[in-house]
Design a protein around this ligand. Sequence first.
Ligand SMILES: [Zn+2]
Length: 132
Amino acid sequence: MSEAAKPSPEMPPRGVSPLYAGVMVKCPRCGKGSLLHTFLNLRDQCSVCGLNYKFVDTGDGPAVFAIFILGFLVLGGALWVEFKFEPQLWVHAVLWGVVTPILAIGLLRLLKATLIALQFYHRAEEGRLSED
Ligand SMILES: [Zn+2]
């Protein structure tokens, strides 16, 4: 965790609820500033409270969760559509070819914001062998 992200006496110790910040895609400290400036790109800092987002290190976490969740939803949906309506194969290709990317982007935004908020809330950082 960088110096800017370390808690100080004037900031709330753990920010807003990680669930709120994640669902609303807002700053994990103040809950007001926008976290992302495009669909999936992180801002440098919060526009409201100035929290520097250099501490963010979600890695592949959002993508892994999105793959598991989307795999379950899309496969389940494709099976349900197949057994319920028995459409032509091209209907599946068009339907899931459109639905899957839309769900993926929405889910990635939500998961990325939630994991960042959880990282901030729990002050998670890379492990160290000794204090510097
Ligand atoms: Zn903020």
